[in-house]
Design a protein around this ligand. Structure first.
Ligand code: ARG
Length: 474
């Protein structure tokens, strides 16, 4: 076995690398294992081929290669695109990465002319270009997914502009809010997430192609032409920066982390709301799982997983920042470690966004349970204090104190504020009249919170319209 390995590795090492014969079988096999990225960077094939096509056309346009050679190369690249898209790629770790696989296949298809494609470029500017294109595509896909999630949230908000639920601070009942308002809170978070992804997209949309290995090239290339062909806004300004910059990946992962954090907060609320103790929502069968031992269970596994997967995404961002920290200019192989974690983070986020969209769209809202919970816990205590301020011109601090005494009394009687007899109110302040009861209902409470951005059903309906308008615009 050792003998076979030795022969194999020596032959292959000699065939494709400078460091060939002096290595023995073991280490060179390990070298190949640690070095090869084809298992994951094959995901770049479409971007890599698009970049090669743009580069080839430019080489022809400026007269670095002939039209005939260019045509042959472009045709070959087109064939490779079709092959790989159809699942045909002969993976050979000795060829290290997607760039070498495409070039090697091109050589097989069109012969030695393939070698002209690599004029005035390097894998360093190639991979930087591929990655920018790939992330740009991911951002566009994610944007569509996030928009679908926003639509699901707005639809729920629309249907539940009137639905009263307890609003919490410290997870203690605070004031009544409408469920529609709560849904729209997440709409706003997602809106900012989309904005952050767009910011990242705007900044990343520069073409590194033509920076070559690190210093640029002595060939008279046209970087504006390749930038245009690939949909970039302009070429990058500094070749050293262009091949060693992965800020765009960090920014992408950072936007992804925050989006995932938002999803995890919503996921956690779904877990709480769907518990028997809350009973605010019932997840559809499609988004619930059963227990193998407890027949009564409907578990919110999808929400729990969305809550947990944020860890992988933040981990990816931290991981990449650790890779980049202290890395000298320009390209170092360390930077190959930028991909797997980014792919995983992007896949994870897309999945969570889709799952969350489905869960929100399908969930059943128990308006009765929400209203009952909103009435419990003295959620209208602030309304009472506000009423004392308004009706009796009492300073808020004092009104707060008086309300506290009434809450204590209600607790003692094991009832809500609205169930207290008028005498009890009068005992606290003789000026209190029947009118006080009007502010103690949760419906009136939410209706009164009509300030801009507030929770009243009217405000929520306006917010729903404005949200829909924003969604229609982009
Ligand atoms: N596979 C490499 C990466 O992902 C491509 C760049 C290789 N460049 C080099 N000089 N070895 O980073």
């Amino acid at each position: 076995m050792t003998k076979d390995n030795t022969q194999d590795t020596t032959k292959s090492a000699g065939a494709n690398a400078l460091w060939g014969g002096r290595f023995s079988a073991g280490p060179s096999q390990l070298m190949e294992d640690v070095n090869a990225s084809i298992h994951f960077d094959r995901r770049f094939f479409a971007q890599d081929i698009a970049g090669s096509m743009a580069h080839c056309s430019m080489l022809v346009a400026v007269g670095i290669i002939t039209t005939d050679d260019g045509d042959a190369i472009l045709e070959g690249l087109q064939t490779i695109q079709t092959e790989i898209a159809g699942g045909q790629l002969n993976v050979d770790p000795k060829l290290e990465d997607i760039h070498m696989h495409v070039e090697t296949r091109l050589q097989e298809l069109v012969g030695d002319v393939a070698g002209r494609l690599h004029t005035a470029r390097s894998r360093n500017d190639q991979v930087a270009t591929d990655f920018r294109l790939w992330i740009r595509g991911q951002i566009d896909d994610l944007d569509a997914g996030l928009k679908a999630l926003q639509t699901a949230l707005v639809d729920k908000a629309d249907a539940h502009a009137n639905t009263v639920m307890p609003g919490f601070t410290h997870l203690q009942v605070a004031q009544p809010v409408t469920f529609g308002h709560h849904m729209l809170a997440y709409f706003e978070m997602i809106e900012r997430d989309r904005g952050r992804f767009q910011d990242c997209r705007t900044r990343l949309n520069e073409s590194p192609l033509g920076s070559a290995a690190l210093a640029g090239t002595s060939f008279p290339i046209d970087r504006i032409m390749t930038a245009d062909a690939l949909g970039f806004d302009r070429p990058t300004a500094n070749s050293l920066d262009a091949v060693s910059d992965r800020d765009f990946v960090v920014e992408f992962l950072s936007a992804a982390s925050l989006a995932a954090i938002h999803l995890s907060r919503l996921a956690d609320e779904i877990v709480l709301w769907s518990s028997a103790q809350f009973g605010f929502i019932r997840l559809s069968d499609q988004y619930s799982t059963g227990s193998s031992i407890m027949p009564q269970k409907r578990n919110p596994d999808a929400a729990e997983l969305c809550r947990a997967k944020v860890g992988r995404i933040i981990g990816a961002q931290n991981g990449l920042m650790m890779v980049l920290k202290g890395l000298p200019l320009a390209y170092s192989k360390d930077m190959q470690e930028d991909k797997e974690l980014t792919f995983d983070a992007a896949d994870t986020l897309s999945l969570c966004v889709a799952v969350m969209t489905g869960m929100i769209a399908d969930m059943n809202v128990n308006t009765k349970a929400m209203a009952a919970a909103a009435s419990a816990g003295h959620a209208t205590a602030t309304d009472l204090a506000d009423w004392l301020v308004r009706a009796l011109d009492i300073p808020f601090r004092e009104a707060h104190h008086m309300t506290g005494r009434l809450v204590r009394e209600a607790d003692a009687q094991n009832c809500g504020l609205k169930d207290l007899a008028l005498e009890i109110f009068i005992a606290v302040d003789g000026r209190i009249s029947e009118e006080v009861y009007s502010v103690l209902s949760v419906e009136n409470s939410v209706r009164s919170r009509n300030s801009l951005g507030g929770t009243s059903p009217d405000r929520v309906r306006v917010a729903v319209q404005s949200a829909r308008t924003r969604l229609d615009k982009d």
